[in-house]
Design a protein around this ligand. Structure first.
Ligand SMILES: Cc1ncc(COP(=O)(O)O)c(C=O)c1O
Length: 460
């Protein structure tokens, strides 16, 4: 592994970016005096500052300085059809126009309709809504701990399930994924989280042999987000199903990212595996805050009146406007499933081809995390990697987050700022494509990558 110093290039990108974005810069100055680091989610806060948006439509954003930016984050990967799809915005405008939509605190028909769609498309028997993926995974874990009467939670290294005590261990790579990533979590919670390895069936078996009869649950993403935007192997998830059954633990699929991203329903169905509980978020809200725990009725009963788990969705749970947006969006995905998903995958494949070819033209070897796993029909989520060697499998967080295997500074920081100067927004080494990304957008990305590759070559 060669020592590479990107600091002159980063400084050059930062200077070019600052020069052309005076309005975003001035807003950043105001923001940092009020909000920590100028915002409320560290992924949104770039160095030297983030573009402040005025508009988002389809594949494109517009910022305060008037730049049009091609976006591959798409609302934290939620916006499968691109930003602000008209079928949702129009329905919401009419809804508000009729004097409906803001929170009432009562129940209504829309939440029933959304719950019906979720059950129909995921095989779940019951649903409880909340507002964020973090609350969904936290409550799913509480349910598992309560109804098994067990303490231990098994999760994978590199898996991000949101900011709550059981989600904060084993997220970042520090020579491995064993550590607690946040201060403030009780020591007892830390001790009760066991970290296993994504896509490593043998390690999973070992962990079940060692801890199986103390495990409340195994929580895992069928397609891991933060750990690589890459799919699980079929044999891995099938082994997870068999092992959890054998040892009496619950299987929780965190489908906050993967739900409705790979088909109009759970990604679990593509693996032929039905989890006991599933968490959903992001796409199911159609751009509005909706999250849910869905699964077996006998487990979710623990959250009901007289049950022992205090799973309250919250003041804004099942918010009427969010439910309407979720219903319209999911129904559209269901009705057009046969065209939307093949299109998403085809665009994704084309994107990978263009980017790989572009970097190859400048003799820079790139790969996409999980690209050799063919267990899903395609992948519209892309973590671009700059591996030092050409023969790696690259389908575990232990490989793709390891700075000795992949040039992480180049793949994250340098690429993100370098492409932003080119009016392309990337995250996690590239991000997600939507159906709104058309051929010309991919060519725009290719041309941006080409100019980036030419500049970066001298530093490799
Ligand atoms: C797989 C997964 N689970 C849970 C969460 C947390 O969701 P939220 O940010 O809505 O709390 C995320 C967020 O990125 C996620 O990717």
């Amino acid at each position: 592994m060669k020592q590479r110093d990107y600091s002159p290039l980063l400084a050059q990108f930062a200077e070019a970016y600052a020069k052309r974005s005076p309005k975003s810069a001035a807003l950043h100055e105001r923001a940092v005096k009020l909000m920590v680091d100028g915002g409320s989610n560290s992924l949104r806060l770039l160095h030297p500052f983030s573009p402040r948006l005025t508009r988002a439509k389809g594949a494109w954003l517009q910022d305060e300085d008037g730049h049009r930016i091609l976006d591959f984050w798409q609302g934290h990967h939620a916006n499968i059809l691109g930003h602000n799809p008209e079928m949702v915005t129009r329905a919401l405008a009419e809804f508000f126009g009729e004097g409906l939509g803001l929170q009432t605190g009562f129940t209504d028909r829309w939440q029933i309709e959304v719950a019906e769609l979720i059950c129909q498309q995921t095989g779940a028997e019951r649903v409880r809504f909340t507002t964020t993926g973090a609350l969904a995974t936290m409550n799913a874990i509480l349910l598992a701990r309560a109804c098994t009467g067990r303490e231990l939670v098994l999760k994978v290294g590199g898996g991000w399930h949101g900011g709550h005590p059981w989600g904060l261990k084993g997220v970042g790579y520090h020579g491995g994924f064993a550590g607690m990533d946040s201060a403030g979590v009780p020591a007892s919670v830390n001790e009760n989280i066991i970290i296993t390895n994504y896509n490593n069936t043998e390690k999973l078996k070992d962990h079940f042999r060692q801890y199986g009869d103390q495990l409340a649950c195994f929580i895992v993403e069928p397609v891991i987000g933060g750990g690589g935007l890459m799919p699980a192997k079929k044999e891995y998830l099938q082994a997870a199903r068999e092992l959890t059954r054998k040892y009496g633990a619950l299987l929780i699929f965190d489908e906050v990212v993967s739900g409705f991203r790979f088909r109009a329903g759970s990604a679990a169905a593509l693996y032929g595996v039905q989890p006991d509980l599933m968490t959903l978020g992001k796409a199911i809200g159609g751009g509005m805050p909706v999250a849910a725990v869905a699964g077996r009725a006998d487990i979710l009963r623990w959250a009901g009146k007289g049950g022992k788990v205090k799973f309250e969705g919250g003041t804004y749970a099942a918010h009427p406007a969010s439910m309407l947006a979720g219903k319209i969006f999911m129904q559209h995905l269901i009705d057009h499933e046969a065209t939307i998903y093949p299109q998403l995958f085809a665009t994704g494949a084309k994107l990978r081809e263009i980017v790989t070819k572009t970097f190859a033209e400048e003799n820079i070897y790139v790969r996409f995390a999980g690209d050799r796993n063919r267990d899903l029909p395609g992948n519209p989520m892309h973590m671009l990697l700059f591996p030092y060697e050409e023969d790696g499998e690259l389908n575990t967080p232990e490989e793709v987050r390891n700075p000795a295997i992949c040039d992480l500074e180049l793949g994250e920081k340098v690429l993100q700022l370098g492409l932003l100067v080119e009016n392309v927004f990337t995250v996690h080494g590239l991000g997600s494509n939507s159906t709104a990304h058309v051929e010309a957008d991919l060519e725009f990305l290719g041309a941006a990558c080409h100019r980036f590759a030419k500049q970066v070559k001298a530093f490799l």
